[in-house]
Design a protein. Structure first.
Length: 262
């Protein structure tokens, strides 16, 4: 683990989606570096369990990132803290359906979770970081954005927003010593992913990364490049980028079909 995390991104970090999976592993890595943590998710119990196991000060925010109350709930727990690092991790969208088969409400939910949530929190916490001339923001993206995907059109497009937003924000905040990273993640063994029951062996198997590896790479790469594809996903990222769009989207759409059990 790099030894400058606390100096650059302490004394507190907020992890949006910080109770399990990749978010939990960010919490464990940051706690090991001595950074205090604000952990946010919808369910209180997993947050409390994780917080109790960490060797640093913690606070908990139980709120839905898609709700109107989101900013007020976060401010109530953080206005008196110096948040030096924001990790916007939550984002899995389990609507494996075509756009026209979803309600407008569910389409808005997907965009609220990924596009609106990360934009508002980057604005809220990025302002004080820019004033202090130090800090970091990690936005967790997805390899699906490299191709788009039938059955996952909104999710993939929202993640493309995440990557593009991270690059622009990286450029805007770099002169102020604030580091931004879009972390491009592929299949990862989180509770949310495992619920899909995708095959791990045999025909159509998907090789999934360990959440700890993903979080560790994110923290290692913060402050270097604006966008980092997790190392295990790099060959697929290169492959998708080399294909004509119709072939890339056909390849990726197979994943949505598998999620539906087609
Ligand atoms: N796992 C993969 O295979 C994979 C692949 C590519 C990209 N990614 C990206 O990696 C990130 C993490 O994915 P993940 O698999 O760990 O699942 P996830 O559901 O995106 O994240 C899990 C964490 O987020 C919280 N959360 C989820 N929805 C929330 C909401 N509406 N409001 C507040 N908190 C919420 C969960 O707790 P609660 O349920 O209690 O709210 C939990 O702490 C996401 O951005 C995802 O798009 C994952």
């Amino acid at each position: 683990m790099r030894d400058d995390l606390k100096a650059k991104y302490g004394p507190w970090a907020l992890i949006a989606g910080g109770s399990e999976g990749i978010g939990e592993m960010f919490a464990r890595e940051l706690a090991a570096a001595g950074i205090n943590l604000v952990l946010l998710a919808r369910r209180a119990e997993p947050l409390q369990k994780l917080a109790a196991s960490l060797p640093v000060e913690t606070r908990i925010v139980t709120v839905d990132l898609t709700s109107e109350a989101m900013i007020d709930a976060i401010r109530a727990q953080t206005d008196d803290l110096e948040i030096g690092l924001l990790v916007y991790n939550a984002g899995v969208d389990n609507h494996a359906e075509d756009v026209l088969d979803r309600s407008m409400r569910s389409l808005r939910w997907s965009i609220d979770l990924t596009v609106i949530g990360q934009t508002l929190l980057a604005h809220h916490f990025g302002g004080p970081m820019r004033e202090r001339r130090r800090g970091g923001i990690i936005l967790v993206g997805s390899l699906l954005a490299y191709a788009g995907g039938g059955g996952m059109s909104v999710y993939a497009a929202a993640k493309a927003y995440c990557h593009t937003f991270a690059k622009g924000l990286w450029h805007e905040l770099k002169p102020y010593g604030v580091d931004v990273l879009g972390l491009v993640v592929s299949a990862t063994k989180t509770p949310a992913y495992l619920k899909f029951g995708l095959p791990e062996e045999g025909a159509g198997a998907i090789v999934a990364s360990e959440p700890a590896l993903v979080a560790r790479e994110g923290l290692e790469q913060l402050g270097r490049e604006p966008l980092w594809v997790v190392s295990e996903a790099q060959p697929m990222a290169a492959h998708l980028s080399s294909l004509p769009p119709a072939e890339a989207v056909a390849l990726v759409s197979g994943t949505a079909a598998a999620m539906r059990g087609d």
